[in-house]
Ligand binder design. Sequence first.
Ligand code: AMP
Ligand code: ZN
Length: 110
Amino acid sequence: MEKDCLFCKIANGRMNTDFLFESDNVVVFRDINPHAPVHLLIVPKRHIRSINDLTDKDDAILAEMITTGRRLAKQENVNVSGYKLLFNVEKGGGQVIFHLHLHLIGGWKK
Ligand code: AMP
Ligand code: ZN
């Protein structure tokens, strides 16, 4: 856990956040400021700052995050209509929380 990191606190159960999914490595919860009817965040429990900080050893966690996105898209019933899986990387890429997270966004009206 990184001191003063909001997503470390959330992912490690310190904030009483409702998880839609939890494994040993990742949690999924709803974005507090959704950009679409379905807007989830897929977050590793371990602190990683951004995509830039991944190493070859992190391939498994990255794969689990994407697989979790696919599963949650189905659970949220947006898999057929379609959705976005999005990483914002560092300030210029729109990242404001510097703990790795994958956005799952979908459910727009047809
Ligand atoms: P990013 O711009 O990629 O760093 O995205 C950070 C996201 O975290 C934003 O979409 C915020 O709305 C969301 N967020 C910030 N604080 C919380 C929180 N306490 N619970 C859920 N989502 C949050
Ligand atoms: Zn963190």
